[in-house]
Design a protein around this ligand. Structure first.
Ligand SMILES: [Zn+2]
Length: 93
């Protein structure tokens, strides 16, 4: 039995290699966002998740460490890629 709702898109709305603000300024990525956020663009509280921009990566305070998702699997650079969104870091570990 499926829990798919009318709002559910078959294609993930979140991209791998990107980060998103979820509830309480939690940072998530497509891999650890959970099915709800991944396919509806909304977290479990129903709030829309917002993709993190290059400006937000640049504004991230150094003393908070690397801007990365809550599970630590994805982090961003402050460099804009060809699509204008921040590039993923490959050196987080
Ligand atoms: Zn993640």
């Amino acid at each position: 039995m499926t829990m798919a709702s009318r709002e559910t898109n078959l294609r993930p709305l979140l991209r791998e290699g990107a980060l998103y603000w979820a509830d309480n300024a939690r940072v998530i990525c497509a891999k650890c966002a959970g099915q709800s956020a991944l396919y509806t663009g909304r977290d479990i509280s129903g709030q829309k998740v917002e993709r993190i921009t290059v400006a937000e990566v640049r504004a991230w305070p150094d003393d908070l460490g690397i801007l990365r998702c809550a599970s630590g699997c994805t982090a961003l650079t402050a460099i804009a890629g060809p699509d204008g969104w921040p590039l993923e870091r490959g050196d987080v570990w």
